[in-house]
Write a protein that binds this ligand. Structure first.
Ligand code: ADP
Ligand code: MG
Length: 245
C-alpha cells in the first residue's frame, strides 16, 4: 500500500503574459480523494496541465512535490515515472499506436513493474471491471471512440499503470449514468487497493456520489477560495459558484 503526499504550495503559473493560477495550495495524501470544483475558466485544466508539464505553460512561483521530490523540474515522462498520472479532459487520438502497445511501453519505464502480471492480462481484467469493450484494446488509441469510451479508456490505463497519484480532469464529462458509476467505483476502489491519491476535477456532484471525496476545494480565479468536506459539493451543486466569484 502506497503512503506519501502530493503537495502543491502557492503555485503560480500560466501562459506567456497571463498568470492563471494565482497562488494555489493543497495537499493530497495517499488514499485520499480531493475534489476540485469551479466554474468554467477558473483554471482547473491549467492546474492539470501544469502538474503534468504540458508545453506552453510556465511556472511563475511556488512548488509541487511528490513524496518530497520537486516534480516541476522534471520532464513529463519522469513525472509519470515518479507516480503521477493524468486522465485528460480531452484524450487525444494516437493513430497507429494501440492501447496494448502504449501501456506495454509505459510499464517498461516503471521500476519494478516487470514483476507484476503482464500488461495484457491486467488490461483484460481492468476492461471487464469497467465494462470496456475488449475490441478496443488492439485498435489505435482513442481513434473513433466516443467521448464516454475515451473516458473509460483513461480509467483503464489508470488501472493498468497503478500510479501513486491521479489527476482526473473531468473524467465524468460525456459519461452516461452507468459509465459514470463504473468509472467512479473503479477509482474509489483504487484508493483502498493500492492507496491511490486522487485529485478529481469536476463541475458536477454526481461523480462524487460514487467517488467519495475526503476534501472538496472550490477553485475561482486561479485560487482555492473554499475548502470543506463532501457537504461543500452539495452546497455548490445547489447554489452554484456565484458566491465564490
Ligand atoms: P477550466 O478548466 O477551469 O475551465 P482552464 O484552466 O482551461 O479553465 O482555463 C483558465 C483560463 O485560462 C481560461 O480563461 C482559458 O481561456 C485560459 N487558458 C488556459 N489555457 C490557455 C492556453 N493554452 N492559451 C490561452 N488561454 C488559455
Ligand atoms: Mg477544464
Amino acid at each position: 500500500m502506497n503512503t506519501g503526499e502530493l503537495v502543491i504550495d502557492d503555485l503560480r503559473a500560466g501562459i506567456p503574459g497571463r498568470e492563471i493560477l494565482q497562488g494555489l495550495s493543497l495537499t493530497v495524501r495517499s488514499g485520499e480523494v480531493h475534489a476540485v470544483m469551479g466554474p468554467n475558466g477558473s483554471g482547473k485544466s491549467t492546474l492539470a496541465h501544469v502538474l503534468m508539464g504540458r508545453p506552453g505553460y510556465e511556472v511563475l512561483g511556488g512548488s509541487v512535490t511528490l513524496d518530497g521530490i520537486d516534480i516541476l523540474s522534471l520532464p513529463t515522462w519522469q513525472r509519470a515515472r515518479a507516480g503521477l498520472f493524468l486522465a485528460m479532459q480531452h484524450p487525444i487520438e494516437v493513430p497507429g499506436v494501440s492501447l496494448v502497445e502504449s501501456l506495454t511501453a509505459a510499464r517498461q519505464t516503471v521500476p519494478g513493474a516487470d514483476s507484476g502480471p503482464d500488461v495484457t492480462a491486467r488490461l483484460r481484467e481492468e476492461a471487464s471491471r469497467i465494462g470496456f469493450d475488449e475490441r478496443f484494446l488492439d485498435r489505435s488509441l482513442n481513434v473513433d471512440l466516443s467521448g464516454g469510451e475515451r473516458k473509460r479508456n483513461e480509467t483503464l490505463q489508470l488501472g493498468v499503470l497503478r500510479p501513486r497519484f491521479a489527476v482526473l480532469d473531468e473524467i465524468d464529462s460525456g459519461l452516461d449514468v452507468d459509465a459514470l458509476a463504473d468509472v467512479g467505483r473503479r477509482v474509489e476502489e483504487a484508493t483502498t487497493e493500492w492507496g491511490l491519491g486522487v485529485l478529481a476535477i469536476t463541475h458536477f456532484r454526481r461523480l462524487l456520489d460514487v467517488l467519495r471525496p475526503d476534501v472538496v476545494h472550490v477553485l475561482a480565479g486561479g485560487k482555492v477560495v473554499a475548502t470543506g468536506g463532501s457537504e461543500l459539493a452539495e452546497i455548490v451543486d445547489r447554489t452554484g459558484y456565484a458566491a465564490y466569484t
